[in-house]
Design a protein around this ligand. Structure first.
Ligand code: CP
Length: 305
Protein backbone atom coordinates (compact mmCIF):
# COMPACT_ATOMS: atom_id res chain seq x y z
CA UNK A 1 0.00 0.00 0.00
CA UNK A 2 1.09 3.55 -0.63
CA UNK A 3 2.28 4.71 2.80
CA UNK A 4 1.32 8.32 2.22
CA UNK A 5 -2.35 7.78 1.48
CA UNK A 6 -5.02 8.62 4.05
CA UNK A 7 -7.57 5.83 3.81
CA UNK A 8 -8.75 5.58 7.41
CA UNK A 9 -8.29 7.77 10.47
CA UNK A 10 -6.65 4.66 11.97
CA UNK A 11 -3.71 5.51 9.66
CA UNK A 12 -2.97 8.36 12.09
CA UNK A 13 -1.49 7.82 15.56
CA UNK A 14 -2.32 10.10 18.47
CA UNK A 15 0.92 11.96 17.75
CA UNK A 16 -0.04 12.36 14.09
CA UNK A 17 -3.43 13.81 15.05
CA UNK A 18 -1.85 16.30 17.46
CA UNK A 19 0.77 17.23 14.87
CA UNK A 20 -1.93 17.84 12.24
CA UNK A 21 -3.88 20.02 14.66
CA UNK A 22 -0.73 22.13 15.01
CA UNK A 23 -0.47 22.43 11.22
CA UNK A 24 -4.18 23.30 10.88
CA UNK A 25 -3.65 26.09 13.43
CA UNK A 26 -0.87 27.51 11.26
CA UNK A 27 -3.15 27.46 8.22
CA UNK A 28 -5.96 29.09 10.15
CA UNK A 29 -3.60 31.99 10.96
CA UNK A 30 -2.43 32.20 7.34
CA UNK A 31 -4.31 30.05 4.79
CA UNK A 32 -2.73 31.56 1.68
CA UNK A 33 0.64 29.88 1.16
CA UNK A 34 1.92 28.77 -2.22
CA UNK A 35 3.08 25.35 -1.11
CA UNK A 36 1.39 23.43 -3.97
CA UNK A 37 2.78 25.50 -6.84
CA UNK A 38 3.15 23.22 -9.88
CA UNK A 39 1.04 20.44 -8.35
CA UNK A 40 -2.22 19.09 -9.78
CA UNK A 41 -4.81 17.61 -7.42
CA UNK A 42 -7.72 15.49 -8.66
CA UNK A 43 -11.08 15.43 -6.88
CA UNK A 44 -13.02 12.34 -7.96
CA UNK A 45 -16.50 12.37 -6.44
CA UNK A 46 -18.58 9.31 -7.28
CA UNK A 47 -21.09 10.45 -4.61
CA UNK A 48 -22.60 13.91 -4.03
CA UNK A 49 -20.83 16.42 -1.79
CA UNK A 50 -20.91 20.10 -0.96
CA UNK A 51 -18.50 20.70 1.93
CA UNK A 52 -15.89 18.02 1.42
CA UNK A 53 -15.24 18.70 -2.24
CA UNK A 54 -15.46 22.49 -2.01
CA UNK A 55 -13.31 22.72 1.11
CA UNK A 56 -10.67 20.44 -0.42
CA UNK A 57 -10.73 22.56 -3.57
CA UNK A 58 -10.52 25.76 -1.51
CA UNK A 59 -7.59 24.24 0.38
CA UNK A 60 -5.76 23.45 -2.88
CA UNK A 61 -6.53 26.89 -4.35
CA UNK A 62 -5.27 28.66 -1.23
CA UNK A 63 -2.09 26.58 -1.47
CA UNK A 64 -1.51 27.61 -5.08
CA UNK A 65 -2.21 24.19 -6.62
CA UNK A 66 -4.46 23.29 -9.56
CA UNK A 67 -7.60 21.16 -9.54
CA UNK A 68 -8.95 18.64 -12.01
CA UNK A 69 -11.78 16.19 -11.44
CA UNK A 70 -15.50 15.60 -11.44
CA UNK A 71 -18.43 15.96 -9.07
CA UNK A 72 -20.80 13.80 -11.10
CA UNK A 73 -19.49 10.41 -12.20
CA UNK A 74 -22.33 10.05 -14.74
CA UNK A 75 -20.41 12.48 -16.98
CA UNK A 76 -17.29 10.27 -16.93
CA UNK A 77 -16.31 7.05 -18.64
CA UNK A 78 -17.24 5.07 -15.53
CA UNK A 79 -20.79 5.40 -16.93
CA UNK A 80 -19.53 3.46 -19.98
CA UNK A 81 -18.26 0.69 -17.73
CA UNK A 82 -14.69 1.79 -17.02
CA UNK A 83 -13.50 0.15 -13.82
CA UNK A 84 -12.35 2.02 -10.74
CA UNK A 85 -8.88 0.53 -11.22
CA UNK A 86 -8.60 1.93 -14.75
CA UNK A 87 -9.98 5.32 -13.69
CA UNK A 88 -7.43 5.57 -10.87
CA UNK A 89 -4.55 4.47 -13.13
CA UNK A 90 -5.55 7.07 -15.75
CA UNK A 91 -5.91 9.93 -13.26
CA UNK A 92 -2.53 8.92 -11.80
CA UNK A 93 -1.05 9.91 -15.17
CA UNK A 94 -2.32 13.44 -14.66
CA UNK A 95 -2.36 14.29 -10.96
CA UNK A 96 0.03 14.40 -7.97
CA UNK A 97 -2.77 13.67 -5.48
CA UNK A 98 -6.18 12.00 -5.73
CA UNK A 99 -9.00 12.96 -3.37
CA UNK A 100 -11.81 10.45 -3.84
CA UNK A 101 -15.33 9.86 -2.53
CA UNK A 102 -16.97 6.59 -3.49
CA UNK A 103 -20.18 4.78 -2.54
CA UNK A 104 -18.41 1.44 -1.96
CA UNK A 105 -16.81 0.65 1.38
CA UNK A 106 -13.15 -0.09 0.86
CA UNK A 107 -12.93 1.81 -2.45
CA UNK A 108 -10.26 4.22 -1.17
CA UNK A 109 -8.16 1.38 0.20
CA UNK A 110 -8.45 -0.43 -3.13
CA UNK A 111 -7.51 2.73 -5.04
CA UNK A 112 -4.43 3.18 -2.85
CA UNK A 113 -3.32 -0.33 -3.81
CA UNK A 114 -3.39 0.30 -7.57
CA UNK A 115 -1.40 3.55 -7.67
CA UNK A 116 1.62 5.23 -6.17
CA UNK A 117 -0.15 8.58 -6.22
CA UNK A 118 -1.40 9.41 -2.69
CA UNK A 119 -5.12 8.86 -2.17
CA UNK A 120 -7.16 10.81 0.36
CA UNK A 121 -10.40 9.08 1.26
CA UNK A 122 -13.18 11.68 1.13
CA UNK A 123 -15.74 9.08 2.29
CA UNK A 124 -16.25 5.45 1.28
CA UNK A 125 -19.81 4.23 1.72
CA UNK A 126 -20.74 3.79 5.39
CA UNK A 127 -17.14 3.04 6.31
CA UNK A 128 -14.80 5.99 6.97
CA UNK A 129 -14.44 9.75 6.41
CA UNK A 130 -11.02 10.55 7.86
CA UNK A 131 -10.64 14.16 6.71
CA UNK A 132 -14.02 14.92 8.32
CA UNK A 133 -12.66 13.41 11.52
CA UNK A 134 -9.60 15.64 11.43
CA UNK A 135 -11.79 18.72 11.13
CA UNK A 136 -14.12 17.38 13.84
CA UNK A 137 -11.21 16.80 16.20
CA UNK A 138 -9.78 20.20 15.36
CA UNK A 139 -13.19 21.71 16.15
CA UNK A 140 -13.38 19.82 19.44
CA UNK A 141 -9.90 21.00 20.38
CA UNK A 142 -10.69 24.62 19.51
CA UNK A 143 -13.94 24.69 21.46
CA UNK A 144 -12.92 22.65 24.51
CA UNK A 145 -9.26 23.61 24.77
CA UNK A 146 -8.41 19.93 25.17
CA UNK A 147 -9.18 16.51 23.72
CA UNK A 148 -8.78 14.32 26.81
CA UNK A 149 -11.62 13.08 29.04
CA UNK A 150 -14.60 14.50 27.16
CA UNK A 151 -18.19 13.21 27.20
CA UNK A 152 -19.22 12.90 23.57
CA UNK A 153 -22.81 12.17 22.61
CA UNK A 154 -23.45 10.88 19.10
CA UNK A 155 -27.04 11.07 17.92
CA UNK A 156 -28.96 9.66 14.97
CA UNK A 157 -27.78 7.27 12.31
CA UNK A 158 -24.92 5.49 14.06
CA UNK A 159 -25.22 2.45 11.79
CA UNK A 160 -24.53 4.05 8.43
CA UNK A 161 -22.88 7.30 9.53
CA UNK A 162 -19.25 7.08 8.41
CA UNK A 163 -18.37 10.31 10.21
CA UNK A 164 -19.40 8.69 13.49
CA UNK A 165 -17.36 5.57 12.77
CA UNK A 166 -14.26 7.63 12.00
CA UNK A 167 -14.75 9.94 14.99
CA UNK A 168 -14.96 7.03 17.43
CA UNK A 169 -11.66 5.75 16.05
CA UNK A 170 -9.98 9.17 16.06
CA UNK A 171 -11.10 10.19 19.57
CA UNK A 172 -10.22 6.78 21.02
CA UNK A 173 -6.70 8.10 21.79
CA UNK A 174 -8.08 10.67 24.23
CA UNK A 175 -10.00 8.68 26.86
CA UNK A 176 -13.53 9.80 25.93
CA UNK A 177 -16.84 8.61 27.33
CA UNK A 178 -19.22 7.97 24.43
CA UNK A 179 -23.00 8.20 24.63
CA UNK A 180 -24.63 6.56 21.61
CA UNK A 181 -28.23 7.71 20.98
CA UNK A 182 -29.92 5.82 18.14
CA UNK A 183 -33.11 3.92 17.35
CA UNK A 184 -32.84 0.11 17.38
CA UNK A 185 -32.64 0.08 13.57
CA UNK A 186 -29.65 2.45 13.48
CA UNK A 187 -27.63 1.32 16.49
CA UNK A 188 -23.86 1.58 16.48
CA UNK A 189 -22.42 -1.59 14.85
CA UNK A 190 -20.83 -4.21 17.11
CA UNK A 191 -17.51 -3.58 15.36
CA UNK A 192 -17.23 -0.17 17.06
CA UNK A 193 -18.50 -1.41 20.42
CA UNK A 194 -15.91 -4.20 20.33
CA UNK A 195 -13.28 -1.60 19.41
CA UNK A 196 -14.23 0.51 22.45
CA UNK A 197 -14.23 -2.58 24.70
CA UNK A 198 -10.77 -3.52 23.51
CA UNK A 199 -9.44 -0.01 24.18
CA UNK A 200 -11.16 0.23 27.58
CA UNK A 201 -13.35 3.13 26.44
CA UNK A 202 -16.62 3.61 28.32
CA UNK A 203 -19.78 3.88 26.26
CA UNK A 204 -23.52 3.89 26.93
CA UNK A 205 -26.37 3.24 24.52
CA UNK A 206 -29.80 4.88 24.55
CA UNK A 207 -32.87 5.04 22.40
CA UNK A 208 -34.12 8.23 24.15
CA UNK A 209 -32.42 11.57 23.51
CA UNK A 210 -33.06 12.72 27.08
CA UNK A 211 -32.20 15.84 29.10
CA UNK A 212 -29.97 13.63 31.22
CA UNK A 213 -27.69 12.74 28.33
CA UNK A 214 -27.77 16.28 26.88
CA UNK A 215 -26.81 17.81 30.24
CA UNK A 216 -23.81 15.48 30.69
CA UNK A 217 -22.34 16.20 27.27
CA UNK A 218 -19.33 18.32 26.33
CA UNK A 219 -19.99 17.62 22.66
CA UNK A 220 -23.24 16.62 20.98
CA UNK A 221 -22.54 15.23 17.51
CA UNK A 222 -25.84 15.22 15.60
CA UNK A 223 -26.11 13.19 12.38
CA UNK A 224 -28.50 12.87 9.48
CA UNK A 225 -30.30 9.58 8.79
CA UNK A 226 -28.52 8.41 5.64
CA UNK A 227 -31.38 7.82 3.21
CA UNK A 228 -28.98 6.74 0.44
CA UNK A 229 -27.79 3.71 2.46
CA UNK A 230 -31.28 2.17 2.93
CA UNK A 231 -32.37 -0.61 0.60
CA UNK A 232 -35.97 -0.33 1.89
CA UNK A 233 -37.23 3.27 1.83
CA UNK A 234 -40.18 2.31 4.10
CA UNK A 235 -37.57 1.63 6.79
CA UNK A 236 -36.09 5.09 6.18
CA UNK A 237 -39.54 6.71 6.51
CA UNK A 238 -39.95 5.09 9.94
CA UNK A 239 -36.78 6.58 11.40
CA UNK A 240 -36.04 9.72 9.36
CA UNK A 241 -37.22 12.24 12.00
CA UNK A 242 -36.46 10.18 15.07
CA UNK A 243 -34.47 12.88 16.90
CA UNK A 244 -34.79 16.62 16.46
CA UNK A 245 -32.63 18.88 18.63
CA UNK A 246 -34.50 22.06 19.57
CA UNK A 247 -33.18 25.12 21.38
CA UNK A 248 -35.35 24.60 24.49
CA UNK A 249 -33.68 21.20 25.01
CA UNK A 250 -30.36 22.96 25.75
CA UNK A 251 -31.50 24.99 28.77
CA UNK A 252 -29.75 22.72 31.32
CA UNK A 253 -26.68 21.96 29.23
CA UNK A 254 -23.08 22.66 30.28
CA UNK A 255 -21.60 26.06 29.42
CA UNK A 256 -18.84 24.40 27.38
CA UNK A 257 -21.24 22.23 25.37
CA UNK A 258 -20.85 22.61 21.63
CA UNK A 259 -23.15 21.10 19.04
CA UNK A 260 -21.44 19.60 16.03
CA UNK A 261 -22.90 18.12 12.87
CA UNK A 262 -20.92 16.99 9.81
CA UNK A 263 -23.77 18.37 7.66
CA UNK A 264 -25.82 18.34 5.54
CA UNK A 265 -28.67 18.52 8.05
CA UNK A 266 -32.14 17.49 7.04
CA UNK A 267 -34.47 17.91 10.07
CA UNK A 268 -32.35 16.83 13.00
CA UNK A 269 -31.35 20.31 14.23
CA UNK A 270 -34.17 22.86 14.36
CA UNK A 271 -33.30 26.27 12.97
CA UNK A 272 -33.87 27.89 16.38
CA UNK A 273 -30.64 26.20 17.58
CA UNK A 274 -28.59 28.17 15.05
CA UNK A 275 -28.67 31.34 17.17
CA UNK A 276 -27.54 29.53 20.31
CA UNK A 277 -23.83 30.22 20.98
CA UNK A 278 -23.42 26.47 21.60
CA UNK A 279 -24.19 25.74 17.92
CA UNK A 280 -20.86 25.21 16.21
CA UNK A 281 -21.64 23.34 12.97
CA UNK A 282 -21.10 26.26 10.58
CA UNK A 283 -17.67 27.11 12.06
CA UNK A 284 -16.95 23.38 12.10
CA UNK A 285 -17.36 23.26 8.31
CA UNK A 286 -15.04 26.29 8.00
CA UNK A 287 -12.39 24.43 9.98
CA UNK A 288 -12.49 21.86 7.18
CA UNK A 289 -10.37 24.09 4.95
CA UNK A 290 -7.52 24.32 7.48
CA UNK A 291 -7.66 20.65 8.49
CA UNK A 292 -7.62 19.63 4.81
CA UNK A 293 -4.73 21.94 4.01
CA UNK A 294 -2.84 20.15 6.80
CA UNK A 295 -3.76 16.69 5.45
CA UNK A 296 -2.81 17.58 1.87
CA UNK A 297 0.63 18.84 2.93
CA UNK A 298 1.11 15.79 5.15
CA UNK A 299 0.39 13.20 2.45
CA UNK A 300 2.57 15.09 -0.02
CA UNK A 301 5.42 15.40 2.49
CA UNK A 302 5.41 19.21 2.37
CA UNK A 303 6.82 20.93 5.43
CA UNK A 304 4.66 23.76 6.83
CA UNK A 305 6.62 26.40 8.74
N1 CP B 1 -19.74 16.44 5.84
C1 CP B 1 -19.74 16.08 4.54
O1 CP B 1 -19.12 15.08 4.16
O2 CP B 1 -20.48 16.91 3.76
P1 CP B 1 -20.65 16.76 2.18
O3 CP B 1 -21.38 15.45 1.95
O4 CP B 1 -21.43 17.94 1.74
O5 CP B 1 -19.28 16.69 1.58
Amino acid sequence: MNKKSLVSIADYSKEDILRLIGIAEKFEKNPNRRLLEGKVCATLFFEPSTRTRLSFETAVNRLGGRIIGFSDASTTSSSKGETLKDTIMMVSNYADLIIMRHYLEGAACYASEVTNVPIINAGDGANQHPSQTMLDIYSIFKTQGRLENLEITMVGDLKYGRTVHSLITGMSHFNPVFHFVAPEELKIPDLYKNFCDKKGIKYYEYTDFSDEVINRSDIIYMTRVQRERFTDLMEYEKVKNVYILRNNMLSGSKDNLRILHPLPRVNEIAYDVDCNPKAYYIEQARNGVFARQAIICDVLGIEVK
